[in-house]
Design a protein around this ligand. Structure first.
Ligand code: HEM
Length: 345
């Protein structure tokens, strides 16, 4: 459910509708594009010999990795081309009639061929690249973080109760939380920050390569070395974080830690020039979804299940999802109380 929601948000932003327009529905299969995304992510996460042994890329041909990659490229490229064609056609049709609201593809196509703010025209490959960045960078990361946050909240009734109280105080009698309310939900921001500390969706960030030789802690690192940054280990380092495995959002209230790559002890969005360009957008989506889920419903564990029974293992993959899916029951707000009784922990 949460993945579908994040995916719909991204599709609306990029393509202008929930299912990715012409890309989403293919031969009557609505989930087709989601399947393509899942396949792309599986391939990127798969072992690729050429990444580790340059010049040995023939190994990838023998394992079938290369063929799978090329097949996937043809499909994904075809999707982007259909979306672009559809937007160009609709643009022409609308020239004389009512104009609909612009989406990201419209904006990118408008800058195609003319020098944009950055001073260079956007090529078609650039337009396709931005679409890919938004869909692949934004969907899995936000949905995984929303699910991990809900998981931690179910395991920590004290935090859940405090957050629900904040929502009641700020939102009052409104039927739903709106974007303009988010600024006041300060505890929610801390809760998400803490969930990102314990469960960064990209635990190893994006691999880097050294440009020149350097020395780190006495070790000589030659140029062109592949470097992985273990963001997950950094965020749980007991030398930096007191009670490092404990879910305690208040810790960020005591020490102001920047999450946008300025503080090297906490890098869920990466660090440096390669850091996440979608961090602010992702934060708004996560805050809005979580605030509404928690404000509009009371969430309970299935009958007989205690918070301590909730599985916390991460699955393998490019983005770290929960290994065992989180299954919760949504009830009317008055029917579930978050008891702080010790037997619940
Ligand atoms: C919970 C939300 C998100 C998290 C935790 C997250 C995390 C990350 C991380 C760790 C990186 C790698 C940075 C590095 O290696 O230094 C990254 C890169 C990236 N993210 Fe995000 N991200 C999130 C949401 C988004 C959203 C919503 C978008 C797009 C709308 C997005 C687009 C990208 C792109 C395009 C890159 C690649 C940047 C590059 O290689 O130059 N991300 N993200």
């Amino acid at each position: 459910m949460v993945f579908a929601l994040s995916y719909n948000v991204m599709c609306r932003t990029v393509f202008g509708d929930r299912h990715g327009g012409g890309a989403g529905v293919y031969h009557g299969r609505r989930n087709w594009f989601r399947e393509v995304m899942a396949e792309t992510q599986a391939i990127v996460a798969e072992f690729c010999a050429a990444d580790f042994f340059p010049g040995w890329d023939w190994i990838d041909s023998t394992t079938g990795h290369r063929a799978r990659l090329e097949r996937n490229f043809v499909v994904v490229n075809g999707i982007y081309e259909r979306v672009i064609e559809e937007h160009l056609r609709r643009g022409k049709e609308e020239d004389d009639g009512d104009r609909r609201e612009e989406d990201l593809v419209d904006v990118l196509l408008r800058s195609h061929g003319e020098a944009g703010d950055g001073g260079f025209p956007a090529s078609m490959d650039y337009v396709k690249g931005i679409m890919a960045d938004m869909l692949f960078g934004g969907t899995d990361t936000t949905s995984a973080t929303i699910i991990w946050t809900m998981t931690e909240l179910m395991k920590n009734p004290r935090v859940m109760a405090k957050l629900k109280q904040e929502l009641e105080d700020v939102i009052g009698n409104k039927s739903k939380v709106e974007e303009t309310d988010l600024e006041q939900l300060q505890y929610l921001k801390l809760v998400i920050k803490e969930a990102l500390r314990l469960h960064p969706p990209s635990p190893l960030l994006i691999p880097r390569e050294t440009l020149e030789p350097c020395k780190i802690e006495g070790y000589d690192i030659p140029a062109k070395t592949l470097v992985f940054i273990n963001a997950s280990a950094i965020a749980r380092d007991p030398k930096t974080w007191k009670n490092h495995n404990e879910f305690c959002p208040e810790r960020f209230d005591l020490v102001g830690v920047d999450s946008k790559g300025q503080d090297c002890n906490y890098v869920p969005f990466g660090v440096g020039r390669r850091s996440c360009p979608g961090a602010d957008f992702g934060a708004v989506v996560m805050e809005l979804v979580l605030a509404n889920l928690l404000y509009c419903f009371a969430w309970c564990l299935p009958d007989g299940m205690m918070p301590r029974d909730v599985d916390m293992e991460g699955a393998r993959g490019l983005t770290m999802h929960k290994k065992v899916p989180l299954c919760l029951i949504a009830k009317s707000k008055s029917l579930c109380n978050y008891s702080l009784h010790p037997s619940n922990f």
